[in-house]
Design a protein around this ligand. Sequence first.
Ligand code: S3P
Length: 426
Amino acid sequence: MSSVKVTKASSFSLRISEVAPDKSISHRCAMFAMLAEGTSEITNFLRAEDTLNSLNIVKNLGATVIDDGVTIKISSEGIKESSEILDCGNSGTGIRLFCGLLSSAEGHFILTGDEYLRRRPMKRVTAPLRDIGAKLDGRNNGDLAPLSIRGASLSAFNYESKIASAQVKSAMILAALRADGECTYSEPELSRDHTERMLKGMGAEIEVHGLKTTIKPMKKLLTPLKIRVPADPSSAFFFAVAAAITPDSDVVLEGVTLNQTRIEAFRALERMGANISYETTDNKYEPIGNIHVKYAPLCAITVEDNISWLIDELPALSIAFACAEGVSVVKNAEELRVKESDRISTVVNGLRACGIEVDEVHDGYSVRGGELKEAKIDSHGDHRIAMSFIIAGLRCSMNVDDIACINTSFPNFFELLEKITEVEFN
Ligand code: S3P
């Protein structure tokens, strides 16, 4: 299954309870369980390539993982040196958070990933970790994987990050838990905050004051996690866009995390005119609930603030831009260039291939709404590019190549899509 043709859809009304579980939270569950005394119990863990790689690494680091197909139980007696190369596959979150976790662990570790991950910048974590004493190296003076780590004693730090990145913040928080004194981390805009919420819930001494986080070193092991992973808003968003661009359609997305740092793309779609309502049904570590999205004619918007809150959804949001009246603008989004693909160029080229007028600048692009036309799109191995253009196919039919990458985050994507339209694999 390397390419797919999707057919233009007619109106639909769906309730989806099987959106893929949250990727960010699943990675963290696997890793943070290694900091606890006792057994963590995780249900609805994302069984996709990226997060299963993290789970496998945790096993290689000596954790006992018992999986009955529903609940994953993880217990650990501390991080052990591994004879395996630790393969994070396609996952930036995996490799960068493991850098923070392993920097202070006793032993020598090698982290690597697939051809795409080995091209992505790692200096954003290796540099600040080296500054506090971590012994980390890699190609291009520590910027490119494979990375080698020899665990070392870490000094307390006050680090002011220039980028709003949850991966950098989380790596530094994990390092801080084992540093030799209280640490502070500040960021220019609040990035997703699952690490702070989950570690605090496990008993870590972490205080958040606006953009500044204070972390005290762990005096003892943490309380195990007992968690049901909520649905991933970034995955749910593909179906939100599907409803928002298909006349007379609506979708209810159940059990999604409603954490404000994760649902900004839904807010953007609302600003464009879509009818969206939120219902909170639970609150463990973070608010969780249902999101109801109904079609309405869309108008153009500018997206320039809190970009990290919708960075992963910008490719799918751009499909909505293409279906809106007027010119939508994305600014301050240079980080898109270092995701699973250079998402500014993959979105811009993809939309142009579909007959949409797009202008590209270094930190964003603008999209003039128009009529999407059937085209052949290359995902460049990027799951979110593949799924975004498949959703565009609901308006005009679409052919997308190189779709195996969808398994990194949303293995049942096509099962759900087939409830809306015809899908033909080649
Ligand atoms: C993630 C943080 C974000 C996001 C990624 C997941 C995380 O990356 O794009 O998909 O789980 O911490 P950055 O930290 O690079 O912004």
